[in-house]
Design a protein around this ligand. Structure first.
Ligand code: SF4
Length: 331
């Protein structure tokens, strides 16, 4: 900064982390504390990095087998086709890796090496496209990678993780939908959304283009203070997914990425919200509440246990939170 320049924290945030919001999301913002604004608009508090925040909070780096492939569990691998997104979430767990600078996408040599790695590992049953947002690839590239992976006999499932159906719904074109399907493999799409207002009419139409074409959809959300950490909002979000034919799959406890502490909720609060959701809504509307253990150790379920073995037999918790005896042998 030169002597004449005034301090500008937002400029400093933008210099460190990528910033972008789509017109569809901008149109939803009513005021500066709007949950949509909190997710995408930069904030000076991002410059405060706490000692327990990690550049790679879920430990992708420890499991990167070749460029673009993270092989953490034997039966599945992440394939990061590109590092750009249509929006940049202020709580992103890969915020140090995504953005318009640097390498945007895998080169064709890197993609060849990534596919060769998957081909050489017969335990890999499922390939998960992540990034960045993989729905930003062209339909031509999506078709190419789908066909190449579908040709590998042990790859049975392709899973695309994306925010696009909500944040830029017109990108879900019939061409893209056709490109990700193949008769030799099952294709799933996992939609990332955190607030019920993200499920606009246009978003629901984009979801319908996928589901009507036979692509099953699941959801993932992040529990975020000020965005969805109250029972009514979380319930509306999960009901909204189900109504749009998206099965709630994961509610993630926030990963401790740098400069994200303003979004933190306690695990206890998350468990209370899950219990309320359990009391209020059908089983269809229940995601699994999970934590990615820092250091790359995988996921831990966080829901409080509903069954306990005692000397007298089992105690099980009903939907209102009361504990009841259960005699396993039916005596
Ligand atoms: S869309 Fe996903 S990868 Fe991209 S900024 Fe948001 S959380 Fe990060």
């Amino acid at each position: 900064m030169s002597a004449q320049e005034k301090p500008d924290p937002l400029r400093d945030v933008a210099a460190r982390y990528a910033v972008a919001i789509t017109p569809a999301m901008e149109a939803l913002i009513a005021h500066e504390h709007d949950p949509i604004a909190l997710q995408f608009r930069p904030d000076a508090r991002e410059l405060a990095v706490l000692p327990d925040e990690l550049i790679d909070p879920i430990g992708d780096g420890a499991h990167e087998a070749v460029t673009g492939v993270v092989h953490r569990y034997p039966d599945r691998a992440l394939l990061k086709l590109l590092h750009v997104c249509p929006v940049y979430c202020r709580f992103c767990f890969r915020r140090e890796m995504v953005g318009p600078g640097g390498d945007g996408a895998l080169t064709s040599t890197e993609l060849d090496a990534a596919i060769a790695y998957i081909e050489a590992h017969p335990d890999i049953w499922e390939v998960i496209f992540t990034g960045g947002d993989p729905f930003l690839v062209s339909a031509r590239r999506a078709r190419d990678v789908t066909e190449r992976l579908a040709a590998i006999p042990h790859v049975k499932v392709l899973r695309w993780h994306t925010r696009v159906p909500c944040v830029d719904p017109l990108r879900v074109t019939p061409d893209l939908v056709a490109a990700i399907k193949h008769e030799d493999v099952a294709t799933y799409v996992v939609l990332h959304a955190n607030h019920p207002r993200e499920l606009t009419r246009e978003a629901k139409a984009a979801i319908a283009r996928l589901v009507d074409a036979g692509v099953p959809m699941l959801s993932q959300s992040v529990l975020l203070k000020g965005v969805n950490d109250d029972a009514d909002t979380l319930e509306a979000l999960m009901r909204g997914f189900v109504e749009a034919r998206v099965k709630p799959y994961y509610l993630h406890h926030l990963d401790r990425a740098p400069g994200t502490s303003r979004f933190r909720c306690s695990i206890e609060h998350g468990q209370e919200l899950m219990q309320t959701l359990h009391e209020r809504a059908s089983g269809l509307a229940q995601p699994a509440y999970v934590l990615d253990i820092p250091g790359g150790h995988g996921k831990a379920p966080l829901a409080s246990p509903s069954a306990e073995k005692t000397e007298a037999g089992w105690k099980v918790r009903d939907r209102n939170g009361s504990w009841r005896d259960y005699d396993e042998d039916g005596r």
